[in-house]
Design a protein around this ligand. Structure first.
Ligand code: FEO
Length: 388
């Protein structure tokens, strides 16, 4: 696959992975992208997951037409990209590794070799001449590790963005939901905490003339770039992507679920622009995390459990806080057969979230819905609708 006349895709698709980075389900598989730039000198951008070393080397050999490769640019040291550096350096004994200073420290820690005699350390604005192509390096700390660099090729107007603009899913399957759904789950799952750092890189990228974005996961972006950059800008600034309400619940015997569904019905009847309802015990946790970041309003509905809250809800709130959840409206539905306390517990947990408007109306159910709690649902829906 060609990115341009001189840039060739040499990455691989993974359909055997069970959990990406040890926790993310990837039903459409995963792609580990790598690119070869063919010029007077030949450079390869990043390696791939450990299990695909031979396939990757085969792709490089074919793309290079059997020629020697001069540079391996290491933009990111997480092992899904760095695991085959040693294999490559053994296969190309005259090659040089190009990476940030922090990346070389990680190379030593991971693979016991920092290639002291075969390396070029680069930082912000440094360049590497290949011939017609000159690569300019842009530091991108914490997108998503501290050593990350991105790389700009002025000749073909290509920005290599490391994990930035990445997406779950292999590149040889068509994602029926398009780009945004799995790119959003990837972004908030993996990079979500580092919005400020993504914003800093977007500001630097705004000064570049870019026609193609080459991420390390997911499809190459060469059309309608403005949409992708705007979307990343919204995500990384914790802006609202879609007006609407995410109702996230856990339910033991179905009564809390019933309250969530009745709130959904009431909101729809009042003309709410969008409502999604999620059963935390059964939906992918990170799909739900992205739903919370995507919409402006989040309703958390759960049972009181051992004087605390149901474990799935506790884990969910932990995932939100860990990713810097902020700038949203939150409301609560609690259930408890003898001493409902879930709303108070959730409110306290969310104290550390910044710029949150908590809704005044809370629904409190004692075991099952009755006229009283149904009236509370109606009041909560009315309060939510004031925002639309
Ligand atoms: Fe794709 Fe942060 O590794």
């Amino acid at each position: 696959m060609k990115v341009s006349n001189d840039i060739i895709y040499v990455g691989v698709n993974d359909h055997d992975i069970d959990l990406f980075e040890g926790q993310y389900e990837v039903p459409l598989g995963m792609a580990y992208n790598s690119y070869l730039i063919k010029d007077d000198k030949i450079a390869v951008m990043d390696s791939v997951d450990e299990r695909f070393g031979d396939e990757w080397l085969g792709n490089i050999k074919e793309a290079a037409g059997g020629a020697n490769v001069d540079y391996l640019v290491v933009q990111h040291m997480e092992p899904d990209h760095s695991a085959n550096i040693t294999l490559f350096m053994d296969a190309y004994p005259n090659a040089t590794v190009v990476a940030s200073s922090k990346a070389f420290t990680m190379l030593k820690n991971f693979y016991d070799n920092d290639y002291e005699d075969r390396r070029i350390v680069v930082g912000e604005g440094d360049t590497l001449e290949l011939g017609k192509h000159e690569l300019t390096f842009i530091t991108a700390p914490m997108v998503h590790w501290p050593e990350v660099i991105m790389t700009y090729d002025k000749a073909d107007k290509v920005l290599f963005t490391a994990d930035g603009f990445g997406k779950f899913g292999a590149n040889d399957v068509v994602d029926p939901e398009g780009w945004a759904c799995e790119a959003r789950r990837y972004y908030f799952g993996i990079v979500g905490k580092y919005g400020a750092q993504v914003q800093a890189v977007l500001k630097k990228a705004a000064n570049l003339d870019i026609e193609v974005i080459c991420p390390l996961h997911g499809p190459i972006i060469n059309d309608n770039l403005e949409y992708y950059i705007d979307t990343y800008n919204t995500w990384s600034s914790y802006g609202v992507e879609t007006k609407g309400v995410a109702i996230v619940y856990t339910s033991v015997y179905g009564h809390t679920k019933q309250a969530a569904l009745e709130l959904e019905e009431s909101l729809k009847a009042k003309g709410c622009p969008r409502v999604v309802v999620v059963d935390l015990a059964r939906e992918d946790m990170f799909e739900t995390v992205e739903d919370a970041f995507r919409h402006d309003t989040l309703i958390l509905a759960t049972t009181t459990y051992n004087a605390d809250i149901f474990p799935f809800m506790k884990t969910f709130i932990y995932h939100l806080l860990e990713r810097g959840y902020k700038k949203r409206t939150i409301g609560f539905i609690e259930n408890g057969s003898w001493a409902p306390a879930a709303a108070k517990v959730m409110r306290k947990l969310l104290d550390e979230a910044k710029e949150i408007d908590f809704l005044e109306n809370t629904v409190s159910i004692k075991s099952a819905l009755n006229d009283d709690s149904r009236e509370q649902i109606d009041k909560l829906a009315t309060e939510i609708m004031k925002n639309y």
